[in-house]
Design a protein around this ligand. Sequence first.
Ligand code: UDX
Length: 434
Amino acid sequence: MVRNRIAVFGAGYIGLVTGACLAKLGHTVVVRDIQEERIALLRAGGVPIHEDGLAELIAENTDRLTFTLDAQEAVRDAEVVYVCVDTPTTPSGDADLSRIWQVIKSLEGARHLVAVVVKSTVPVGTGARIRAAMDSAGLQAVGYAANPEFTAEGRAVHDFLHPDRVVIGADDPDTMKLVAQLHDGVDGPIAEMDVPSAEMVKLAANALLATKISFTNEIATICEATGADVEQVVRAVGMDHRLGPHFMRPGVGYGGSCFPKDSRALRALAGNSGYSFQLMTSVIEVNDLQPRRAIQRLSDEIGGFQGRSVALLGIAFKPGTDDVREAPSAIIASRLQAEGASVRCWDPLVGPLAGEPWSSATRCRTPLEAMAGADAAIIVTEWPQLRDIAWEQAAAVMARPLVFDGRNLLAPQDMGALGFTYMSVGRTTVRAAA
Ligand code: UDX
């Protein structure tokens, strides 16, 4: 078994999981980041993010896993450099690749390297540009590969070790073989292709998943208008093996570090070449409207938000993570505040949040505390523990027993039986008997 020395650039969700998993597979890994606090914490045995199994994996592999701030030191001893830095959206909707270019710049003179592998999500064509930059920096003999990441947060360690597929794009067989061998021990097939295709797989996969969600949300809206029940519809639609049941959960919209950014990046990529990707534009617009529609429906029910208190249950963009990037909760909280409501929010994992809308909101330790005195509660994240709370107690402590379930977590009839007016997405509203 070939084991390599790997420098991973970026100690974020992707870099840390990649580094820890590669160490578990037997490679010697140094993870480099520019944030001093982050590296200090990792060196002290802490883990700066919540990801199932990650802390254990890091603790189990300390002999093969180190952390540094020093790019030169990381590169000096490495055979392979993995680029896992973030690529946020620029004002033009393109991906901001400046952090990737900084990494490439720090490779100057590193002729001892065998390969550079980019895991960060990048526009198609980036690999070719990096290849050209490496060539003009005298790194012609260093291989280049694209190895996009498909792990979902909250289950990233599991997804890395048991993926549906590992996509490797490389233009020479040696680099292809090397990157494939780095994954020895990973339980999943390898899809080999050229670099631009690998870059496109990532954008296309995320765009199609986002499309499924927005499509389901559109169907849900039509269900609301016609009296059909989206949950029953989706269950039967998903039984068609050509469609499958996944990513058809309606709700207040997708968030997170990938779908919003990647769908915008794909639209920008098309737009930059003069093509208007109308389907993607609609997918994005539907998603932008989902939280706003929810607020409007609730406002109509409650007669406006001025002077109302609203409990916001869940801040993370999905359960099982403390990540709030592009979470619908921020839009919902801001809209409520803009309409004159005060917001009381609860989340079991998300830590303290600075800036608006959170600095004007009250953080509560339990869902019941958030709902005390509230005129309405909105379920924004489908934390499973919300299924099991004492809803009859919630009905008693709320100023008005009204729940808007933005993730269809609860059963309408059960909530109605407890005396709630219960609104959800794509299902008929159940009103408490007067
Ligand atoms: C996603 C992809 O799944 C992963 O392959 C890629 O590498 C990164 O982006 P992630 O963002 O971690 O992963 O979360 P995911 O579980 O896919 O959910 C994304 C968002 O879509 C969440 O906000 C979730 O609430 C929402 N969603 C998901 C729906 O609204 N409905 C669904 O049916 C599924």
